[in-house]
Design a protein around this ligand. Structure first.
Ligand code: NAD
Length: 283
């Protein structure tokens, strides 16, 4: 029977430390400020924005939400980003995805000052990531690395299979895993046989957004399984892993909810504080 990788508890543990750090900054007159740009009415985005706001409040981090209509032009969002880039009281900027059709999200990301890029998604910071010389990383990917580290799961020399090649999870996670000397396979919807790779893997990360995608036949006994997926099924949240079946085969497994999700939010808050410190020249 596998053991649970408790992301929620780790996030709460890290949050206690972060809260103290924020208090110290505030005593020195420094107020971390995090700006979120949400364009349109995507219901999931609204939930994520609300979750971040609540967490920021708990941490003592000020958060401003720019809720823009779904018809907003790209130019007007770029102007807003320029304004936030220039404002010294702003330490972090993120654009909530997805964005409406008329907006090319890459244009927005290119415009964010890399020193205010809490999500680590600007081309500059992605470049730094692949050069193994980075100060900010996409939150979900770095959260997964922190979770493995916390449970002393070493990735060096391990076979790692990542299902999903998104810019926010799969690709940055591949870079972080390579940096720690793992051998990485990045799998996706055009991969011919997922199980050819997953059965060889010591660590499997699933970030596809498809319920029950990873079944127990696809998992080697004793593997570590990280479920990033969030799927709403009959009012409940489930991941991409057939949790019950895989639990009996894996050595370690993350639950959904309570696994990767809370760490993503926590790491985002940590990056706001990190960028605040950098902006003020504090190590
Ligand atoms: P995405 O939605 O942009 O893309 C999905 C990826 O999965 C693609 O690379 C696609 O090729 C691959 N894929 C889809 N179906 C597949 C299949 N049947 N076989 C193999 N590969 C398949 O990816 P995303 O934005 O990284 O999101 C993935 C999932 O993770 C979603 O459920 C999302 O809600 C969730 N997510 C969770 C967190 C968190 O903090 N827990 C953070 C980000 C994303």
């Amino acid at each position: 029977m596998g053991k649970i990788l408790d992301g929620k508890s780790l996030a709460n543990l890290r949050a206690q430390k972060l809260k103290k750090e924020v208090e110290i900054l505030k005593q020195d007159g420094i107020n971390p400020l995090f700006c979120v740009i949400n364009i349109g009415d995507d219901p999931a985005s609204k939930v994520y924005v609300k979750t971040k706001k609540r967490r920021a409040q708990e941490m003592g981090i000020e958060q401003k939400i720019y809720q823009l209509p779904s018809t907003e032009s790209e130019e007007s969002v770029l102007n807003l980003i320029d304004k936030l880039n220039q404002d010294p009281s702003v330490h972090g900027i993120m654009v909530q995805m997805p964005t409406p059709e008329q907006i090319n999200v890459n244009h927005l990301l290119e415009r964010i000052d890399p020193e205010k890029d809490v999500d680590g998604l600007t081309p500059t910071n992605i470049g730094h990531l692949w050069q193994s010389d980075h100060f900010v990383e996409p939150a979900t990917a770095i959260g997964i690395m922190k979770l493995l580290e916390h449970y002393k799961i070493n990735v060096a020399g391990k076979n790692v299979a990542i299902i999903g090649r998104s810019n926010i999870v799969g690709k940055p996670l591949a870079a972080l895993m390579l940096e720690k000397d793992a051998s990485v396979s990045v799998l996706h919807s055009k991969t011919k046989s997922l199980s050819t790779y997953t059965r060889m893997a010591d660590i499997i990360i699933v970030a596809a957004g498809q319920e029950n995608l990873l079944t127990s036949e696809m998992v080697k006994k004793g593997a570590v399984v990280i479920d990033v997926g969030i799927n709403r099924v009959e009012g409940h949240l489930v991941g991409d892993v057939d949790f019950k079946q895989v639990l009996s085969k894996a050595r370690w497994i993350t639950p959904v909810p309570g696994g990767v999700g809370p760490l993503t939010v926590e790491l985002l808050m940590e990056q706001v504080v990190k960028l605040t410190r950098r902006a003020h020249g504090i190590k």
